[in-house]
Design a protein around this ligand. Sequence first.
Ligand code: ATP
Length: 365
Amino acid sequence: MASITLDGLAHAYRPDPRGPQDYALKEINHVWRQGGAYALLGPSGCGKTTLLNIISGLVTPTKGRILFDGRDVTNLPTEARNIAQVFQFPVVYDTMSVRENLAFPLKNRHLPREAIARRVEEIAGRLDLTSVLDRKAANLTADAKQKISLGRGLVRSDVAAILFDEPLTVIDPHLKWQLRSTLKELHRALDLTMIYVTHDQTEALTFADTVVVMHDGAVVQTGTPEELFERPAHTFVGHFIGSPGMNLLPASVEGRTAHIGGEHGVSVELARAYPALPAGERIELGVRPEFATLTRPGSGVPVKLRRIDDIGRARIARIEIAGHPAAATVPGALSLNGDEAGLKLDPRQIHIYAGGVLVAGEGGA
Ligand SMILES: Nc1ncnc2c1ncn2[C@@H]1O[C@H](COP(=O)(O)OP(=O)(O)OP(=O)(O)O)[C@@H](O)[C@H]1O
């Protein structure tokens, strides 16, 4: 187990990168703490696999260094890095039994027979594979095979880190939630550094203590699931995390008031002032639908109600604020006639962004 430091790391696939646009991975500095549960979250093409391949040694970065416990491993091959990897699709030996598959990484390292047997039983128990330990892997379902792959990744206790690359893609949806929490429990029990790559926010937020969000080759925020939800550092994080994502409305700000929609628009009270907003940048007001509550017309900010979606655990209103589409929570008891409504916003949960980046306000709570 090790801490992993990314020191000024950047990567371009083309041999002659000129500007930032040529980099699949823009400069990143980050420390993955020993024993941490991390997720690397972002949409397809944002650079997650590139970063994972640099950590595992499959790709040598164009710039920067990678350190395991302070030791520079940038130019070491995968075999010399002591990393376990679990991929999207099962990697198992079909002709071996489940027990032999799980034992394989330990046998390779010449562990004593009893230590291997103990560890295999432990991991099999945690992944609910005990009853199939003596069956050939070939005869098992895709789900069971992927559990074996997870087990093979988890079985060694001496690895610098375990890298999971979208490991639940082939898993049946009803098993997914169960395996997500199993992996979380395994992290607590086994005290290993784990990095979990996914484009799925639910997987990232349930597994990780710290989520690294990537967008267009850059890390836009590193934080706990709560921080990403309550204080997105970038509009991309606000929009990408949450369902529906954060409302982002073009605005201008004066003192502690934001104006949306120009002269005939609406005003919104803020908890903080923003005297240092940069000129020439697009200013946006961000508020999550969870902190924007629909109310009767005449109360709060006037909005137009377009429709109400019942999403099971809540009702979400699709509204327009000064002509801009937004989403809001509908309280259980509220019933409305027509398309006029009001909107109550929690000022402490309103954020201001300049050029997509969160601006720290002054004063207030
Ligand atoms: N071998 C390669 N040669 C050239 N360009 C590549 C190569 N691998 C990836 N890229 C490009 O680098 C960028 C980042 O790709 P990467 O696979 O790291 O993203 P990702 O977030 O893992 O996406 P996905 O989830 O779809 O795999 C993309 O624009 C991709 O087209």
